[in-house]
Design a protein around this ligand. Structure first.
Ligand code: F6P
Length: 284
């Protein structure tokens, strides 16, 4: 199978699995099962989504590696492309019944890989309805997912011209001085509204819908921020860049970072080009 077909098959499997992942959440809101490699609490819901996706994505002819944010090592699944998966992004939002996501990056390289090696990426957003955004071959599409079937609702999606929303993670007193000054500028702009839900996919999807900026920046206590490059930063950066926006670690596109480790973190800033340009100037 050529790459485009494998990526399409990955998207199909993710869409088919989304209702099952969503359906498995009510019984798994509080049960925990240790920690993930980044030291975060693992929920039974994370494990469920991880096992389901490993089994199904691993079975695809043309997928050779499965790596998950939930497990230390990647798994050999044959020959072909590598998939890096955050099975349930923002799972601390499960207890208060807030939005969550599933993120999948498809890399044409062994992991850890640079975002430039991505040949496709997608995320599912478990909101009031289940939606999915895909980026492949220079095009972003948003779908509504019903019973595992995708229906395209926005094709060739691009970020709106006038940015309207912003949302930044991390404790405010832990932000760097430069980032705090940038935020002051954003907050004094009357055309922008705060929208922050604490689940990256929920927050990024607002940016994709209304235009604006989402960041989980470098912190004084953590110079690489919190989000994982392979599983979170790269796929989301790829989707936002494909939609005509920008991604940055503060200096350059997230997709330019050459990673050393599978679970490596990076400061993540994504959104409308003019705002990411302004951010890079502020952090310079
Ligand atoms: O990486 C998991 C995650 O839940 C992201 O979805 C979200 O952006 C971030 O962590 C929120 O972190 P915090 O709880 O520090 O605001």
């Amino acid at each position: 199978m050529d790459h485009a077909n494998v990526v399409e098959e990955v998207f199909e499997v993710v869409a088919q699995s989304a209702p099952e992942i969503r359906g498995a959440l009510p019984g798994r809101r509080t049960e925990t099962s240790g920690q993930n490699p980044s030291g975060e609490l693992r929920l039974a819901a994370d494990d469920y989504a991880d096992e389901l996706l490993e089994e199904r994505l691993g079975e695809i002819d043309g997928v050779g590696r499965y790596a998950s944010e939930e497990t230390e090592e990647s798994v050999d699944t044959g020959d072909g492309l590598s998939v890096a998966v955050d099975p349930l992004d923002g799972s601390s939002n499960l207890k208060p019944n807030n939005t969550m996501g599933t993120i999948v990056g498809v890399y044409d390289a062994p992991l850890p890989a640079a975002g430039r090696d991505l040949v496709g990426a997608t995320y599912v957003l478990y909101g009031p309805i289940t939606t999915m955004a895909t980026a492949v071959e220079g095009e972003v599409t948003e779908y509504v997912v019903t019973d595992g079937e995708r229906e395209a609702v926005r094709e060739n999606l691009t970020l709106p011209e006038d940015p309207a929303v912003y949302g930044f993670g991390g404790r405010v007193p832990d932000w760097t001085e430069d980032f705090s000054s940038f935020v002051e500028g954003i907050e004094s702009d009357e055309s922008l509204r705060l929208r922050y839900g604490g689940s990256m996919i929920g927050d990024v999807n607002q940016v994709l819908t209304y235009g604006g900026i989402f960041a989980y920046p470098a912190l004084q206590s953590a110079s690489e921020g919190k989000l994982r490059l392979q599983f979170e930063g790269n796929p989301v950066g790829y989707i936002v860049e494909t939609a005509g926006g920008r991604s940055s670690d503060g200096e350059r596109s997230l997709l330019e970072i050459e990673p050393d480790e599978l679970h490596q973190r990076a400061p993540v800033h994504v959104g409308s080009t003019e705002l990411i340009d302004r951010l890079e100037d502020a952090l310079d």
